[in-house]
Design a protein around this ligand. Sequence first.
Ligand code: 5RP
Length: 215
Amino acid sequence: MSAAKRLAGEKAIDYVEDGMIVGVGTGSTVTYFIDALGRMRDRIAGAVSSSEQSTERLRSHGIEVMDLNAVGPLPLYVDGADECDPHKRLIKGGGAALTREKIIAEASERFVCIIDPAKQVPVLGRFPLPVEVIPMARSLAARAILAATGGQPVWREGTVTDNGNWILDVHGLAIAEPLVVERELNQIPGVVAVGLFARRPADIVIVGGEPPQLL
Ligand code: 5RP
């Protein structure tokens, strides 16, 4: 699948304009985008990064990484996804960067999502839904998630997010109403972010292939 990821990541460069500050997601597909961005680094003003991993790679290309608070709303955010439904609603967080990804997506005028074809699904939920939680709320949040969705939360042991929190992956879901589930899980005390991007879906989805397909 890495050829498809590369084709999607490189196609997203079409949306980058001279002088832009670009919001940058996290993951293997985004790595191809960052590398392509590096080849045009002199034409952009900088980037806002969603993870330490992406920050390191951006800096390795000489791209300045800026603080979202200092640069305000962004024209463009490019990120991958773990699943994408026909309405461009997403599951994200396989790389544990969902909270910062959600913040930058919300702060951006246009969200371009880059995926390989295997990420396309009719209904979200086959990929376990990541939920970032404050460590002391892990058990409480897991019980509440089970009660609200019927899905089975599994602690991603050993993973600590860039924000110092933990991840629960919720298995066994078929999410017919992503907006409702996103809203309900967001209300559980101790939940920092839910890896459902339904309230703020992607605007454009690039599915990697020869040629890349636009949704
Ligand atoms: C990280 C993410 C990634 O976008 C998602 O996991 C897809 O990753 P990849 O491009 O490696 O398949 O949400 O938190």
